[in-house]
Design a binder for this molecule. Sequence first.
Ligand code: NAD
Length: 523
Amino acid sequence: MTAPKGNALPPFKNEPYADFREASNRKAMEEALAAVRADFGRERQLLIDGRYQRAAATFQSLNPSKPSEVIATHQKASAEQAAAAVEAADAYFAVWKKAPIADRAGMLLRLAAIVRNRKFEFDAWLVFEAGKSWPEAEADVCEAIDFCEYYARRALLLASPDPLPQLPGEKDEMRYIPLGAGVVIPPWNFPLAIMLGMTTAALVTGNTVVLKPSSDTPTIGSKFVEAVLEAGFPPKCINFVTGSGAEVGDTLVAHPKTRFVSFTGSKEVGLRINELAAQPRPGQLWIKRVVAEMGGKDAIIVDSEADVDAAAQGVLVSAFGYQGQKCSACSRAIVDEKVYDEFLEKLKAKAEALTVGPASDPANYMGPVINQRARQSILDYIEVGKSEGRLICGGSEASGEGYFIQPTVIADVDRGARIFREEIFGPVLAVTKARDFDHALELANDSEYGLTGAVYSHNAQKLEKARDEFHVGNLYLNRKCTGAMVGSHPFGGFNMSGTDSKAGGPDYLLQFVQAKSIGELAG
Ligand code: NAD
């Protein structure tokens, strides 16, 4: 199972999305939903040192659209099992690092083919376990395929770096070598794409992995691991450990054999991991590397010289797509006072037309938020917001058994307000009035985060100023601030949004390797 050299593969192209307006795709998706539902309720196991195993305790993963429905039962790994997983990953690293790069890249391309062939099945798991609408699930699965295709190509290129300037009489070279056993801790909100991207980037560069999925989406993790093994990756190169983030996570991060941690999630957990990883333990030989991609409080600026219709639409989908549960979601609209009322009127009409309900029904634009704790926290923020601004629409839960919340817009929000400053991670948008473009930019930058941002304006000078001064890792002009595409939009944020690792970009794999420089005296 080998891949041709990097430049011999066809150029990378993003996976096209299935169009659910087509009857054949709708039928295929309905069938996948039925097949996946018939597979609910199974017990899934840990994978440690190449062997599936149980733990002393279990927990259940629920359907957020219908919490009485159990998706699967998962193992609550003990601290000992977590430690055993790191030790197994560390031991197998000596073998896996020697696998030829062409083989590793070949396995990744095969994984892409497996996920592509079973796209609707993966879509269906995402609909049920993460509460994604059909198109949101499809975008997540296509992004996962993109990561495989893109990282396979980049890994092959990394294996043949540019030649170095040669000193007279010497043969000088630099090679990228893998780091060791890595702990991968993804969030639930891109339960396939982000988990797969972080895991495969580590594997294809020759590291072994302990994957601890989010406890909200462990079944998608388990299905992913099955696909990884089917693609030909040796079972010992990936360990799968489910369980409490705090208990298992701390053990994994603190273990002296852990060489690196690749984390995506909240600021609070990311900072804790960074701190814990910084403390050397007895027997530890290295400074652990931490790649931490964290939260956002993303703003869209609507300038006086903007197409207000397009801006309202862009803000709408950025704020309420996947119920606002994207790190890239727009949670602050900063609008020039000259178009403020017009913008609010247009946004209100659009938001009130959004449908909310079970994610398996394609008539619903918005599904549930992820769990009861998230629902309560978002509803609490809405109450805070009502006292910090003027409720334009929404403002409460939506009907149904699932964790449904109405798309909520709160206007006249001041820069000191909590809903202007804190990540809510739900369908809640704060709208703030700006005096002019410079003021809007100042407000947008008034955040500890710096992940995504967008500007709607026809004025080229203002757009140029945003290019220079809007301090975010992913800036978009005259378009929505969500939906980064692998390859074209390398993704990662500034400040408290993380280490700016730029997932899906040309440099991403560099976080999973170290460079070894070799100079040989000739003759
Ligand atoms: P979270 O921080 O609660 O959890 C993330 C992961 O960390 C989960 O797997 C969780 O089980 C684990 N975890 C929890 N406590 C831990 C501990 N003490 N040690 C080790 N692991 C622990 O985040 P979440 O709710 O899963 O995801 C939402 C957050 O992720 C939001 O803040 C969002 O902005 C952020 N996010 C960021 C990006 C990005 O690229 N910057 C992408 C997606 C999501």
